[in-house]
Design a protein around this ligand. Structure first.
Ligand code: RB5
Length: 149
């Protein structure tokens, strides 16, 4: 798969670990994050990564800031994006199976690299179950499209 990765200055080491992990799993990684330790604004990188996913230039996206919160909020403002912020693998897995998330976020100041890899694997190895979950995901997308249900 083609996976885009975005990050701010808090997540340089974590980004490197995750990129290596993804490449070891055979994925192609597109890096749109910062590689400088200088303070940077996470919405820039959340949006950049989200646009690639929304336009089909990447299959999925992984984004990292200090908490994962700000960057996921930014990504979720891009139409078509369903980004989950996770600190454990269970929610990551279920977010794919039930919510068809196309982006994953975590916090470099919240979890360590090994847990981030477990979360990433749980997320990538799961797939959308459809059925009743499709109806609910459609409702989420209707809110986005029409401003409400
Ligand atoms: C940067 O200090 C920090 O605010 C950012 O990385 C992130 O945690 C925001 O949600």
């Amino acid at each position: 798969m083609k996976i885009v990765i975005g990050n701010d200055h808090t997540a340089l080491d974590m980004k490197r670990e995750i990129v290596r992990h993804l490449e070891e799993r055979g994925h192609t990684v597109i890096n749109v994050g910062t590689d400088s330790p200088e303070s940077a604004d996470y919405p820039i990188y959340g949006e950049k990564a989200a646009q690639l996913v929304a336009h089909g230039e990447a299959d999925l996206g992984i984004i990292i800031c200090g908490t994962g919160v700000g960057i996921s909020l930014a990504a979720n403002k891009v139409p078509g994006i369903r980004c989950v912020v996770c600190s454990e693998p269970y929610s990551a897995k279920l977010s794919r199976q039930h919510n068809n998330t196309n982006m994953l976020a975590f916090g470099a100041r919240v979890i360590g690299a090994e847990l981030a890899k477990m979360i990433t694997d749980a997320w990538l190895d799961a797939s959308f179950e459809g059925g009743r979950h499709q109806r609910r995901v459609n409702m989420i997308m209707d809110i986005e499209k029409n401003g409400g249900l």
